[in-house]
Design a protein around this ligand. Structure first.
Ligand SMILES: [Ca+2]
Length: 363
């Protein structure tokens, strides 16, 4: 997501120019056209409808491989070393920019779930970014009051066809939304322990990973893993069948042919050749890399957000349940988007990696 709280007009223009990139402009455009101190009541209504839609989803879990003996990498799969050319050719920001080498590493088989994140919070007392108010001294001039309240961005589908790409029609900043109540007040994760945790930021995800002695994947690690450790070009642009994406005209009609209109529990779709599940679709996944165009300095340009002095945008990968052929073809390993480091969002989660000897060396 682009800059929700501190974006200037020229920055908005930049991002509007990238509107075809899809959801990357959601937050900025929403602020420009919709976000205001009066938006919260409307947001609550729309988030309630979104929550109702999610409530119709089967609150279940999907079978996962039986847990192995307790090890530092329980629930993870080994991703072997290799080299490849990351990126793809659908959108400008994913343009390939040369070969990269990746060492072998362990990676979570699935996205981190609500149950797993709850155990972390219970053990550490961690308070997520979405649960904290914005530091008033770091707010941008003219920032709507609602945006200084704790909260997160929530997908709120319109109930009728709307022309254009006014993404504020389906994204709302909802005060009170966070990982325990991802749709805002009145919603919860009860019965959804096997669903991916959402509305978390890089800071939250890193804290979780560190608690387990792990880290967030780099973009190169993530994409190598999503490609199944293969160097071949990725010619297929078709909507994948083994992933939770959006079928039908986005954002008003979801045919849910994959069984899920909203999020799905982790592990409901077939694993890739390495045994990883949901690398594409369900939730975008945070990486530890600052966003920049391939082949350009990763930290070019001024800091753009205001929740923290050194606020950055990080690369997210894999697309989400909102990716559709007519709007956001980002259900591919090579796709990438920026995500504010101070903004929780209802379709962004993460998984962790562990740098440790591979299975052959453990025997
Ligand atoms: Ca779906």
């Amino acid at each position: 997501m682009p800059h929700w709280r501190g974006v200037a007009r020229w920055q908005l223009a930049l991002w509007l120019g990238l509107a075809v990139l899809g959801l990357a402009v959601a937050a900025a455009v929403a602020w420009k056209f919709k976000a205001s101190s009066t938006a919260s009541s409307k947001a609550s209504q729309t988030s309630a409808s979104s929550a109702a839609a999610q409530a119709q989803e089967p609150a279940a879990s999907c079978p996962l491989p039986a847990p192995s003996a307790p090890t530092p990498h329980a629930g993870m799969v080994w991703v072997p070393a290799g080299q490849y050319t990351p990126g793809d050719t659908v959108y400008p920001e994913e343009r390939p920019a040369g070969r990269v080498k990746v060492k072998g590493f362990w990676m979570d088989r699935t996205e981190v779930t609500n149950d797993e994140f709850a155990r972390f919070v219970q053990a550490t007392g961690h308070v997520t970014v979405a649960e904290r108010a914005v530091d008033a001294s770091r707010q941008a001039p003219g920032m709507p009051a609602a945006l200084s309240q704790p909260g997160a961005l929530v997908f709120s589908p319109p109930d009728k066809l709307q022309a254009g790409v006014d993404v504020s029609a389906w994204w709302r900043y909802v005060p009170g939304a966070h990982w325990r109540q991802p749709g805002g007040a009145g919603t919860s994760i009860e019965g959804r322990g096997a669903y991916p945790v959402v509305a978390v930021t890089v800071q939250d995800a890193r804290a979780y990973a560190a608690w387990l002695g792990r880290s967030l994947p780099s973009e190169a690690q993530w994409e190598w893993a999503a490609r199944g450790g293969r160097d071949e070009a990725m010619p297929l642009k078709e909507q994948p069948r083994d992933a939770n994406t959006w079928q039908g005209p986005f954002p008003h009609t979801n045919a849910r042919q994959d069984g899920f209109a909203g999020l799905s529990p982790v592990g409901c779709f077939a694993a890739n050749p390495l045994g990883l599940q949901d690398m594409v679709g369900n939730v975008w996944e945070l990486t530890g890399d600052v966003f920049g165009l391939h082949g350009q300095p990763q930290e070019a340009g001024p800091p753009l957000t205001v929740r923290a002095v050194a606020a950055k945008q990080y690369v997210i990968k894999g697309g989400s349940f909102l990716c559709s052929p007519d709007y956001c073809l980002r259900y591919r390993p090579g796709s990438r988007q920026p995500q504010d480091d101070d903004l929780g969002t209802s379709h962004v989660g993460f998984r962790t990696v562990l740098h440790a000897p591979g299975p052959a060396l453990l025997q």
